[in-house]
Design a protein around this ligand. Structure first.
Ligand code: ATP
Length: 575
């Protein structure tokens, strides 16, 4: 496929925010693609070269891109920098500056050139990159240059989230029945390009045959919520009740010669956990294994687990070795997903856990998560109380025969967290979609309240649920303003659904954890709107901590979780 053809589809995508239209445009695009290019088309449409877990960052600084643009268009760099300050969009600027007809490059050619630029490193690589971008932009037409420039700046936002791509892929094969299989394949590999390529090369059979792969993070299984031990037993009967540790979730892939650790949102975090990586290498030597667990700081002398604020200090680039000495981590393993060629996600929980006990021999860093097996609500309550007393978050009850439900939240796992009187029993994770400048003493920070949203996976959109005014320190407000302004959008971003218009729209990128007093019905917010236009809203929301880096916007709390929490809250109130 010619790159220009792809760009025409990008133009159509940009012009709509209607989901059905997006599905139609994308599925039409996918039908034009062959098996060699479908993966590249999907990555490019999402503004990436490869899935995020590869950790490739193409985002070139504006300064260098402007230089490349000036050179390619043979215009004065000063003039172009000035224009950029007015227009604010590198893509629009590139379209104006470039005049040629282009060489008719294919998608694969453009992809390869960008890939080559992204992987340039070492001495003089900045100049080489600028030259290569200049050459690429010089070889395409103005419209193509618009998208190349945005892509290179990391600012290509077509609103095609993973759920949208999956739906369009299923549609492109003319059969929505594919969707379930495609979802499963995606949830166990986190690689949409690979899934699409497999579909194109080997059809539905190929998709069905896909299984867990070493080095491809498996999307996490998540917990449903219930509000009492009785409800848990009623729902899943005899179960395993594990401690819910409040640390950092890690998925470790250890092959014979390699080891990678992935965060909850599939980012590579290996360098943050040297002691856990070493313990894994020593323990599993020749084994190929994927395990999952929670890493927590602990006091070596007393064995006490330390609060999340201390564990989370690991999330840094420098000084990790010192941190590891000051606050060593313990790794509580709660699942086994793969062992020596065998995909364990299909096996029942009890079988996976039994194997974990066989594999994890006594060592100072790693142990299997603590649990009891019971069908007695009184025992569950006692275990819960004891966990809370130890300063832990609560418990996770697990269905004994439940497979590992990659990428989904269901009643195989049920969490019960500490709840404070009058407050919502669980925090929610919201996406910032805009802010208001603020009045009074807040005006000096430029941010008064934040407009926040939950995620609707069915529509692949973000729907507002509250405005939050409190919870950040003055320093945090300054930092927040800077981060949000980098993501500011001139108008409502397509994936955002909102009745409220903030002073500044923000592209959905940042997730914050929020507690509130309760969930109410509200005509002002779009989350869960019914036919009468009444949605759901959080009452008295407060931010906990700062931005949550282990969750991507599409990992935020969903609309259906808010509705479930609203119903749970009603039940608790009635008791
Ligand atoms: P939270 O904000 O409560 O961490 P979450 O959205 O990250 O929620 P949940 O499904 O609510 O995910 O809760 C599961 C999380 O709890 C996991 O992501 C994991 O990090 C953590 N966890 C701690 N202990 C356990 C355990 N024993 N089994 C499973 N998950 C555990």
């Amino acid at each position: 496929m010619k790159f220009l053809n792809l760009v025409h589809y990008f133009e159509k995508l940009e012009a709509t925010s209607k989901r059905l239209e997006m599905f139609a445009i994308l599925s039409d695009l996918f039908q034009q693609a062959n098996a060699e290019e479908i993966d590249k088309i999907i990555y490019l449409a999402q503004g990436e070269l490869l899935p995020p877990f590869h950790g490739i960052n193409i985002g070139m600084s504006e300064k260098y891109l402007l230089r490349a643009l000036a050179k390619a268009g043979d215009v004065d760099p000063e003039m172009i920098a000035k224009q950029y300050r007015i227009v604010g969009d590198l893509g629009g600027l590139a379209e104006k500056v470039i005049h040629g007809e282009g060489k008719g490059l294919t998608v694969a050619e453009v992809y390869e050139r960008i890939d080559a630029i992204a992987t340039m490193s070492g001495e003089g690589s900045v100049e080489r990159k600028i030259d290569a971008v200049c050459e690429l932009i010089g070889a395409v037409s103005p419209l193509e240059a618009k998208y190349v420039a945005r892509f290179m700046a990391g600012k290509l936002r077509l609103g095609a989230g993973d759920a949208t791509i999956l739906e369009a892929l299923a549609l492109s094969k003319g059969d929505r029945a594919y969707r379930k299989e495609l979802d499963r394949a995606y949830n166990i590999t986190s690689d949409l390009g690979l899934v699409a390529k497999t579909l194109y090369q080997a059809g539905e059979e190929g998709i069905r045959a896909m299984s867990v792969r070493m080095g491809y993070p498996i999307r996490p299984a998540l917990c449903e919520r219930l509000s009492s031990a009785e409800e848990i037993v009623e729902k899943i009967g005899r179960c395993s009740v594990e401690v819910k540790y409040d640390g950092l979730r890690c998925q470790i892939h250890k092959s014979k010669n390699d080891l990678a650790i992935f965060s909850r949102n599939q980012e590579r975090t290996t360098p943050m956990f040297p002691e856990i990586a070493e313990a894994c290498r020593n323990l599993f030597r020749e084994q190929e294994i994927i395990i999952e667990g929670e890493a927590l700081a602990f006091n070596e002398a007393t064995g006490d687990l330390l609060p999340f604020q201390i564990t989370s200090q690991r999330k840094r680039k420098h000084g990790i070795e010192d941190m590891a000495k000051a606050f060593p981590l313990k790794f509580f393993v709660f699942d086994l997903l793969y062992l020596n060629g065998e995909d364990y996600t299909h096996h029942g929980y009890a079988q996976r856990r039994k194997k974990l006990f066989e594999l994890i021999k006594k060592n100072p860093v790693m142990e299997v998560s603590h649990a009891i097996e019971t069908e007695d609500p009184v025992e569950i309550q006692k275990f819960f109380d004891a966990s809370i007393e130890r300063g832990l978050e609560g418990i996770v009850a697990k269905r004994l025969d439940g497979p590992y439900a990659a990428g989904s939240r269901n009643f195989n796992w049920i969490k019960l967290k500490r709840s404070y009187k009058g407050a919502l029993s669980d925090s929610v994770d919201l996406v910032i979609v805009g802010y208001f400048a603020g009045k009074g003493h807040r005006a000096k920070f430029g941010i008064g309240t934040i407009l926040s949203a939950v995620y609707d996976p069915g529509e692949d959109r973000f729907k507002t649920v509250t405005r939050i005014g409190t919870g950040f320190s003055e320093e945090e407000l300054v930092q927040l303003k800077q981060l949000l302004d980098e993501e500011a959008a001139p108008e409502r971003p397509h994936p955002v659904d909102s009745e409220i218009t903030p002073d500044v729209w923000v592209n959905p990128k940042y997730v914050i954890t929020v507690t509130a007093d309760e969930i109410t019905r509200s005509p002002n917010h779009t989350a869960g709107r019914d036919a009468d236009g009444i949605g759901y809203a959080l009452r008295f929301p407060r931010v906990q901590g700062f931005i949550r880096t282990d969750k991507s916007p599409r990992d935020a709390t969903t609309v259906s979780e808010i509705i479930d929490m609203f119903n749970l809250q009603k039940r608790v109130k009635m008791e």
